[in-house]
Design a protein around this ligand. Sequence first.
Ligand code: NAI
Ligand code: SOE
Length: 389
Amino acid sequence: MHKVNVALIGSGFMGKAHSLALSELSVLFPDCPLQPHKYVVVDVNEELAKTAAQNLGYEKWSTDWESVVSDPQVTLVDIVTPNDLHKPIAIAAARTGKHIFCEKPLSLNAQDSYQIYQEVEKAGVKHGMGFHYRKIPAIAYAKELIRQGKVGEVFAFRGFYLNDWAKDPNGPLSWRFQKAKAGSGVIGDQCTHAIDIARYLLGELEQVCAWVKTLIPERPLPTSVFDALGRKTEGRGKEMGKVDVDDACAILFEAQGGILGILEANRCASGRKNYLSFEINGSRGSIYFDWERNNELWYCSNDDRFEEHGYRRLLMGPGHPYGQYFWPIAGINIGYTEAVAINFYQMLQAIVNDTDCDPDFEDGWRIEEIVEAALRSHEEKRWVLCHAV
Ligand code: NAI
Ligand code: SOE
C-alpha cells in the first residue's frame, strides 16, 4: 500500500484530533487505499512542536511551515493553524503540488477563499475541508432519509450551534476574538458547521437576513503565545483588548426550492457545550439531531398511527452509513475523531480515484460567501443574495 507523508501544520486542539484520526485510519478502514504516515509536525512555538512530535507520533518536527511545505517528501499538507494562515499555507502547498486538507473556515473572507479554490484547481491537487460533523453516521442517514422521500417536501430547517466556552469575560483575547486572525467570530467559527450541514441536506442557500452581536466587547490581552479557546487562566494579562468580531449570530435563510431556514450560533450560551443541532420538518415527517448525542437520530413519520405519532430514536449501528467500519452492535457508539477519520478516509480515496473531495474548497468558498452575505445583511439591515454566480 502506498504511503502518504503528512505534514501537520498547527499542533493545538484540532492538531491533536487530526493526529488521532490519522492513527485510527488503518485500523478502522482496512480497505483504505493509502496509508498516512505522520511525517512532520509544525508549530511556530518550538516547545509545542517538539512535544507534539513526541506525543502525537510524528517522525520529526519543525517551526517553519514554508520549508516543510516545499519538502519533496511531503505528500499531504494538513492545515490546522489559526485562520489567517490558511491562505498562505494552502497557496504555497498548491504551488508545490501537495494535496491539502484545510480546517474551516477556508480563509478570512470569501475573496481569499475563492483565490485559494482557483489555485488548487489550477494545480490539480486534491482539497478537503474540515467540516467533519456531517460525516457522522446519523447525519449521513438523515440525508438518506431525505433522499428516500421519508421526510417528503422539506418545509423548514432550523439549526443551532451553541456552546459556552467564551462566556467568561476574563477569558483572554485569543485569536478567535480577533478579526485579523479569525476573519469573523462565532459566525465563521461555529455557524459555518451549521451552514455546512444545511447545504449538505438541503442544497445551496440562496439569500439571508442576519443579525450579529459582540456580547463581551473587551477581554484581557493574553500573555502566552498559545491558549486554546481563550480558557487558560495563566495566559491572561491586566491590559484589556477589543473584541472586534461577533459572539452571537442569527440568520434567516432561503435555500434552493424556497425552503425556509433559521440558524443561530452563540459561544456564550451558558449550559450549552457542543449543541450543534438541527431539525427538519417536511410533508411526510421530521428529523432531529443533536451532536451532544451524536449516535442518535430522531425521526418522526406521518405514516405512523395517530396514537403512536411522534419522534422515535434511531440508535446508529452497523446498518447505518459507515456502520460496517465500526462496531457490530448499535449503541456502542463512535465520536469526534471517528468523524474526522471518515473525512480523511474519503480524501485518500479521492486521491487514488481522482475524484473530488466532499466537502472540498469549493464548499469552503461557498460557505464564506454565505458568511459574508450574512454580515452584509446585518450592516445594511436587509436580505442579501449569498452568491454572485
Ligand atoms: P489552537 O489555537 O488550539 O492551535 C493552533 C496552533 O497553531 C497552535 O499550537 C499555534 O501555536 C500554531 N500556530 C500558530 N501560528 C503558527 C505558524 N505560523 N506556524 C505553525 N503553527 C502555528 O487552534 P485550534 O482550535 O486547533 O484551531 C485550528 C484550526 O482548526 C482553526 O482554523 C479552527 O477554526 C479549526 N478547528 C476546527 C474544528 C472542527 O471541528 N472542524 C475544531 C477546532 C478547531
Ligand atoms: C470553538 O468554537 C470550536 O473549537 C470551533 O472552532 C470548532 O470548529 C467547533 O467544532 C468546536 O468549537
